[in-house]
Design a protein around this ligand. Structure first.
Ligand code: SF4
Ligand code: SF4
Length: 460
């Protein structure tokens, strides 16, 4: 066998050495205008992330995804498991928004707003740079990570991961319950304590060890990029026409070589890249559009007194000198669909009743013939009270008049309660056609909300 066929390049993946070991990346810091803007936005997003579970709208948390109680509260609106349509519309609108944003602005989410990028670049890496002695311009550790530095680094990582884990959990259990968990001894609530401990360990694992691998290996968004982007989407792009042929600046020459492109092959755009790629090789799945290479290259161009933007926000067509099209099918179709879905969502939320009702047949025989010949159908009515306060309901027959109802117990529900009640529907046998009788029932709540449900009674 020809062994050279199996030879791997030095870096199979940007984070993998030829021998299969992890290649640790220590991206060099390039604090240019984009980095400053990203840092401001990053701190604002961190403040928002930390404060959202504490903010209350109409007496409810701004965001609470209570999986145990199966209630999702978002900006004053509460969604219950019965809101299948609303939740589906919400999900579709989120997906369409992501599609539209990516078609227009590329991976702007990844580079500017994704928590993975924000926390890694503006919380964890600055601590690391401080303790590794690389806070000036970044890069590989300059001091030995032994002794107090080692403990300080991992101690800080642990504290921050714990704070992050608690904030993250507050979105799922609420700040009040979380505060109670924190106050109690772990022995009094081992389950929640375990959840907090596991979440902290996962945060540590991600931000201390896994890092860019999450974007490169685990996150599906980068993989979808090729279908979500088109040649006119905004991307971070290297201007090959201007930069090539690249070549180092000859310090001995008084003037720049006119046959040479603007790229001086300094490699700073690669050294600063948090995913370790070379943007000069074109658009790549690993590029999270963090703009660090733009800042690095702009600093080089400033020193060389050449125009900025050798690496810049552009599109694949524009960077190749082709005309840029703003209006294309996907930027018309996505907003149109989005407007329809948001319209439907708004309409459904606005016309949502204070309760839900589902009519079910009882288990066992479909009908019973009573002593006086009446046909009785045992039904179950499932009611969901969406209100914070208790409510009572009445149920009547709209049609046909021959049907009568008998409730096993009053239809009363507590705050946000779901309950199933027994119901007996009766009619004379002559009303049934081919063993069936269609009936229409009306349920009215104490506060006047009304729902009409159809029901099929079975008979001889
Ligand atoms: S190529 Fe540039 S924009 Fe893309 S991830 Fe690397 S530094 Fe960020
Ligand atoms: S930073 Fe700019 S000049 Fe330096 S290698 Fe990258 S593209 Fe070329």
């Amino acid at each position: 066998m020809n062994e050279s066929l199996l030879d791997a390049p030095d870096h199979v993946l940007t984070t993998l050495e030829k021998d299969g070991s992890r290649r640790w990346l220590y991206p060099r810091l390039s604090p240019g205008r984009y980095w400053h803007a990203r840092r401001i936005l990053g701190f604002m997003l961190i403040a928002l992330f930390v404060s959202l579970p504490h903010i209350r709208i109409n007496g409810k948390p701004a965001v609470l995804l209570d999986i145990a109680e199966r209630e999702f509260t978002m900006f004053g609106l509460t969604f219950l498991p019965t809101d299948t349509l609303l939740l589906a519309l919400l999900m579709v609108s989120v997906f369409l928004t992501v599609f539209l944003l990516t078609a227009l602005l590329g991976r702007v989410w990844c580079g500017w707003a994704c928590p993975q990028t924000v926390y890694l670049e503006f919380v964890y890496r600055p601590i690391e740079r401080l303790l590794m002695g690389t806070q000036g311009r970044g890069g590989a550790p300059k001091t030995s990570m032994a002794g107090w530095r080692y403990f300080a680094l991992y101690g800080l990582y642990l504290v921050i991961s714990m704070v992050l884990a608690h904030t993250f959990l507050a979105y799922f259990v609420g700040v009040e319950r979380l505060a109670e968990w924190v106050r109690l001894s772990p022995l009094e609530h081992p389950g929640p304590f375990l959840v907090m401990a596991i979440t902290t360990v996962l945060m540590m694992f991600d931000f201390v060890f896994f890092r860019e691998q999450l974007c490169l290996i685990a996150c599906p968004y980068g993989r979808f990029q090729s279908v979500l982007l088109d040649r006119n989407s905004l991307i971070v792009a290297y201007d090959r026409l201007r930069g090539e042929p690249r070549g180092r600046v000859q310090k001995t020459l008084p003037v720049l070589n006119e046959n040479q492109g603007d790229c001086v092959d300094c490699g700073l755009c690669v050294k600063t890249c948090p995913t370790g790629i070379d943007i000069r090789n074109g658009l790549q799945m690993e590029c999270v559009h963090c703009t660090q290479c733009m800042d690095a290259c702009d600093a080089v161009m400033t020193k060389l007194k050449r125009p900025l933007g050798l690496i810049r926000y552009s599109s694949q067509d524009a960077i190749e000198g082709k005309s840029q099209k703003f209006l294309r099918p996907r930027v018309i179709i996505y907003p149109t669909l989005l407007a329809i879905v948001i319209g439907l969502l708004t309409y459904n939320i606005a016309t949502r009743k204070s309760f839900d009702v589902t009519l079910l047949r009882n288990f066992g025989s479909p009908f019973v013939v009573s002593d006086d010949g009446t046909i009785e159908n045992a039904l179950r009515v499932k009611l969901v009270n969406r209100l914070e306060e208790a409510d009572e309901f009445t149920i009547t027959v709209l049609s046909p008049d021959s049907v009568s109802l008998e409730l096993i117990e009053p239809l009363e529900l507590g705050s946000r309660e779901t309950k199933t009640f027994g119901l007996l529907a009766s009619s004379t046998p002559d009303q049934f056609t081919f063993g069936q009788l269609e009936a229409e029932l009306e349920i009215i709540s104490q506060r006047g909300d009304r729902r009409v449900v159809q029901c099929k009674l079975l008979g001889p």
